[in-house]
Design a protein around this ligand. Structure first.
Ligand code: SF4
Length: 247
C-alpha cells in the first residue's frame, strides 16, 4: 500500500478511510496514475495501493471478458464478485463458468440476496414488474454492500463511452464507503473490440443476438444499430442504473 493510503485513519468495517479523506485519496490516485494504461492502473491498485483489500465486481456481461482478462494477467486469485440475482439469462450463467475456467480465476464469488429477504420482500419473484429500484436494491445493492465489507476498494468495468453519468468517469473515484477503480474509463468500443480480438476472448452468447449490454433477463432487451449501448436496459423506463453506483 502506498504511504498515503496506509496512513489514513479508518472509520468503517471495510477499513476504508473517512469520506473526506477518501475523496482526497481518489483525487491523488487519479493524478498519480493519470498517464498509466489500464494494466498499469490495475497492477498499482491490486499490488501497491490496496493489496488484499480490493475485489473486482463483474456482471460477466457483453464487455466483461476484457477486464477479467486484464486482472487474470496480474492475479488470478483476486476476488471476483458476481451478483447472482436469480434473474440472469441462462447464457450468462454458463458464460460465467466458461470464462472463469478459461482465465483460471480461482475466487469467483456468487453473491445472492438472503432467502429471508427474498421471501419477505419478493415472495412471487416479480418485484421487478412493480418496483425495479426496490428489486435492484434487494438483489444487487444490498448483497454487494455486504460482500464488500472486507474490502477498501473495488474495480468496475464502467466506461465513459457508455454515456449518461459515465461521461466524465475518472480512473479513481470515491464512494461513501469505498474507492472505486475504473481502469477502462477512457476505453472506446474500438479499444474493447481490438483487445478481444488480440486475446481471442470468447463473446457472451447474447451479443450475437443484438444485446450490447446484458443484465437480468426481465430488464434487458436488444438495442438497435445506432442506439446507445445501454438503450436496452430497463427499456421504456426512466431508470438507467441498478443502483450499485448510485441512481
Ligand atoms: S435488473 Fe431487473 S430483475 Fe435484476 S435486480 Fe434489477 S429490477 Fe430486478
Amino acid at each position: 500500500m502506498s504511504a498515503t493510503a496506509a496512513s489514513l485513519r479508518t472509520d468503517d468495517v471495510s477499513g476504508a478511510p473517512a469520506n473526506d479523506e477518501r475523496e482526497a485519496l481518489a483525487r491523488r490516485l487519479a493524478a498519480k496514475h493519470a498517464g498509466d494504461d489500464a494494466l498499469e492502473i490495475l497492477r498499482a491498485a491490486i499490488k501497491e495501493e490496496f493489496p488484499d483489500r480490493i475485489a473486482l465486481v463483474s456482471s460477466f456481461g457483453a464487455e466483461s471478458a476484457v477486464l477479467l482478462h486484464l486482472v487474470s494477467r496480474i492475479d488470478k486469485s483476486l476476488p471476483v464478485i458476481f451478483l447472482e440475482t436469480g434473474k440472469h439469462f441462462a447464457q450468462t450463467l454458463s458464460y460465467r463458468k466458461k470464462l472463469a475456467n478459461r482465465l483460471g480465476l480461482t475466487d469467483v464469488r456468487d453473491i445472492r440476496p438472503s432467502k429471508e429477504a427474498l421471501t419477505f420482500r419478493d415472495p412471487a419473484g416479480d418485484l421487478w414488474k412493480h418496483d425495479a429500484d426496490a428489486c435492484c436494491t434487494l438483489r444487487k445493492v444490498e448483497p454487494l454492500s455486504g460482500a464488500l465489507d472486507d474490502f477498501g476498494a473495488w474495480i468496475t468495468g464502467r466506461k465513459q463511452f457508455h454515456g449518461g453519468g459515465r461521461l466524465h468517469l475518472p480512473a479513481f473515484e470515491a464512494s461513501p464507503t469505498h474507492i472505486k477503480v475504473n481502469p477502462l474509463a477512457r476505453w472506446s468500443k474500438e479499444d474493447i473490440d481490438a483487445y478481444v480480438e488480440e486475446h481471442d476472448l470468447p463473446a457472451h452468447p447474447l451479443t450475437a443476438q443484438g444485446y450490447p449490454s446484458i443484465g437480468c433477463w426481465p430488464c434487458t432487451h436488444p438495442a438497435a444499430a445506432g442506439e446507445d449501448i445501454r438503450a436496452g436496459r430497463w427499456r421504456g423506463a426512466a431508470k438507467t442504473e441498478c443502483g450499485i453506483h448510485g441512481r
